[in-house]
Write a protein that binds this ligand. Structure first.
Ligand code: ZN
Length: 321
């Protein structure tokens, strides 16, 4: 059992349902502090995922918060208790990442509205630039930045409830397709972000209402540009445990659409197995099969699709825009 809630409740002399209709396999069920009236053992703490749900007043609860209410203790103490009673994969995700800063300092980047050169680059890729700015808050970094290598890039912010968590920047001064180079992203230094990009999901604020509906996940943030209301970016396919947990907690029906070969990658396979074990449902995984080509013969990624092609893709995968 990855999270041993029974032992926690035992220590605090909290009775869990041992029989009857409130006894559920895989859960520790206790009296729900969120419910009014009927005080049955409706609040279930899931041993497999570490999540928490009330079977009466409904909705997933943030488990450290719920535990703190049940035990009448501080939320940080509740987090420690969960961490201390967690094993295996989930323990890694609860350990997560300790940031060295309280806020992300973007002042050093001298941000300005998207400059003409960047607008033209995006227009040439077929984007409606004002729409991109509306959904993704794209800007340009200044001519003078600290460090210098961030200068004159497209600034791509990662938000969580309107708070800047981290960012990446994109250099468009070289034609990455022609020269055969990989996309030139330079990302916020680890010591200056609140989370590493791949502990989190790019475009989260625009898709956080999609817990109960199918949602697309791409590798790169710019892959989301065609799908602002229904896709999130993974920032690579290393899938740290914290990111897998973040996906499980926030999206019940993830649909992964990865670049060719990456879907079979060992880290990806491991992540998909974890999701299946923890949720009882295998996630859907597809790879861009290389049938879509750019005029120059290079492979199209999701960001290169026309609006028509992306509409067809959503229909095919049964994703609501
Ligand atoms: Zn309740």
């Amino acid at each position: 059992m990855p999270v041993d809630f029974e032992t926690i409740f035992n220590k605090y002399n909290i009775q869990t349902a041992q029989s009857g209709k409130h006894k559920r396999t895989g859960y520790s069920n206790v009296v729900c502090p969120y419910c009014h009236g009927n005080a049955g053992n409706h609040l279930g703490f899931c041993h497999e995922t570490g999540g928490c749900i009330c079977f009466r007043c409904g909705g997933g609860k943030y488990s450290p918060k719920a535990l703190s209410l049940v035990l009448k203790i501080d939320i940080n103490k509740a987090k420690q208790l969960i961490q201390g009673h967690t094993t295996g994969f989930l323990k890694l995700s609860f350990e997560g990442f300790k940031s060295e800063v309280d806020t992300v300092d973007s002042k050093k980047l001298n941000l300005r509205p998207l400059i003409k050169f960047h607008r033209e680059y995006l227009e040439n890729r077929g984007f409606n630039v004002d729409r991109l700015i509306h959904f993704f808050d794209l800007q340009s970094t200044g001519y003078e930045t600290d460090p210098f290598y961030f200068k004159n890039k497209i600034f791509v912010p990662y938000y969580l409830n309107n708070e800047l968590i981290t960012y990446t920047t994109r250099d468009v001064s070289v034609d990455t397709k022609q020269s055969g180079m990989r996309a030139k992203y330079i990302t916020c230094k680890k010591s200056e972000g609140l989370l590493p990009p791949n502990h989190f999901i790019y475009n989260y604020d625009n898709i956080k209402h999609r817990k109960k509906i199918r949602t697309l996940f791409f590798e790169g943030p710019m892959d989301c540009f065609r799908f602002p209301t229904c896709s999130g970016g993974l920032s690579g396919v290393k899938f740290p445990p914290a990111q897998v947990k973040f996906i499980i907690d926030n999206f019940d029906y993830p649909v992964f659409l990865l670049d060719p070969d990456e879907a079979g990658d060992i880290a990806s396979q491991k992540a998909f197995d974890e999701i299946e074990v923890l949720t009882g449902r295998a996630p859907e995984v597809y790879e861009l099969d290389g049938s879509l080509k750019n005029p120059d013969g290079s492979l199209k990624d999701a960001g290169d699709m026309t609006y028509e092609e992306s509409g067809n893709l959503l229909k095919m995968l049964d994703i609501k825009p």
